[in-house]
Design a binder for this molecule. Structure first.
Ligand code: ADP
Ligand code: MG
Length: 380
């Protein structure tokens, strides 16, 4: 996919973008040296915890905030350059914007809300009506045309906000947590609708969320941010499979973590060698650095210690005690295993009748285990 994309045009480009705020005499670096190219037609999702700079990034692209350093280009036109003092106004950047709080005009009907950006751009009445009808049809919102925002549900309001942003065919659509205010079920429905709309209309999108699941499901590429900079960027499958740092693994929901040390033969935890970790241990280059083993619950199997089949070289075994059986994701049983005081989550139990308090083997295929040396991924 990346090779195909490199032939397409760049719709938006950020180079060395930084933004600092002075808060009570203290400098807060909301963005630090951000480089990002968004290809035409791409759906990019920026994800990261609250306060990592996502909104500041989108606000800089929109012209609602002026970066302290760097430059921003939209379809080849420089709209911001800190050094050359270029700063094109928001209204002249031809961007669509959708925010978490729909921000519709409360006294205007749906139709008039959606027509508003066209009226601002002095588009004639006939053309205005045609384009409003067309975008409302695309979003299946024609029956709502004469209603006021207060007469709409949250989901309907967000669809109208989207219609209003798309009606003038912006070069890039910016969406700041567009689904976060909606309830869980509607959020999932709207994800699919947004993607279908993206596919049929072909706009370029920059979508922000703090929800890793939303990011992985929606993004052609996912951009993970950390304290104002880009920690990792890539297609969702790659980001999911190879979180580049312990931070990325943690943010992407890799729940099990164990601090381990290296010996000549294998990794060890709490003074005990971990079978199956010899090959992983061989990759460690700096023995003094902290080593962290991360594994997803879904990649973990548990066995009663007496019933565990013999292990192979491609499997890692950890010993613990079953402390709890809980109902996890999708109503499936999840096993919480105590490994020397650390809770380890597993999704698969082999053999029936596991009871709390039993001695357990936790088994993981070694090619699914993520080993970090300091900040770097050294396995898979
Ligand atoms: P996110 O959208 O990822 O939650 P923001 O971009 O809103 O994060 O904020 C990033 C950082 O910049 C935070 O520390 C926030 O407090 C700070 N910040 C954002 N906007 C302002 C502002 N107008 N004045 C001062 N600090 C700000
Ligand atoms: Mg935000």
């Amino acid at each position: 996919m990346t090779t195909v994309l490199s032939d397409t045009r760049i719709a938006a480009s950020l180079a060395g973008v930084g933004k600092s705020f002075l808060v009570k005499g203290r400098q807060v670096d909301a963005l630090r040296d951000v480089d990002l190219d968004i290809h035409e037609g791409e759906y990019i999702v920026i994800v990261g915890p609250s306060g990592c700079g996502k909104s500041t990034l989108i606000r800089c692209i929109a012209g609602l905030e002026s970066p302290t350093t760097g430059s921003i280009t939209l379809n080849g036109r420089t709209v911001y350059d800190a050094e050359r003092h270029v700063d094109i106004k928001t209204n002249d950047r031809n961007l669509g914007m959708v925010f978490q709080n729909y921000a519709l005009w409360p006294h205007m009907s749906v139709e008039r809300n959606v027509a508003y950006p066209l009226r601002m751009r002095k588009i004639g009445k006939g053309e205005r009506e045609r384009r409003v009808a067309s975008v409302l049809t695309a979003l299946e919102c024609e029956p709502l045309a004469t209603r006021l925002p207060a007469e709409l549900s949250g989901g309907q309001q967000q669809r109208i906000a989207l219609a209003r942003a798309l009606v003038y065919e912006p070069e890039v659509l910016l969406l700041d947590e567009p689904l976060s205010a909606l309830d869980a079920l509607l959020r999932i429905t709207l994800r699919t609708e947004l993607l279908q709309l993206h596919r049929s209309l072909g706009f370029t999108a920059l979508h922000i969320t703090h929800d890793q699941e939303e990011a992985l499901e929606m993004g052609d590429r996912v951009v993970l941010m950390r304290e104002g900079h880009i920690e990792q960027m890539g297609p969702p499958a790659e980001v999911y499979r190879r979180p580049i740092s312990p931070y990325a693994a943690h943010f992407l929901g890799v729940r099990n973590r164990l601090t381990v040390t290296r010996t000549a033969r294998a990794l060890q935890h709490a003074g005990k060698l971990i079978p199956g970790t010899g090959p992983l241990s061989d990759r460690v280059t700096d023995e003094s650095s902290t080593l962290q083993l991360f594994v997803r619950a879904r990649d973990t199997h548990v066995f009663h210690r007496e019933a565990a089949p013999p292990t192979s070289d491609h499997q890692i075994d950890l010993e613990g005690v079953l402390s709890q059986v809980v109902l996890g994701e999708g109503g499936r049983e999840q096993y919480v295993v105590d490994i020397d005081g650390h809770a380890w989550f597993a999704q698969h139990a082999e053999g029936s009748g596991l009871a709390e308090g039993q001695p357990i083997v936790v088994r993981v295929a070694s090619d699914l285990a993520l080993l970090y040396q300091g900040e770097s991924l050294i396995s898979i």
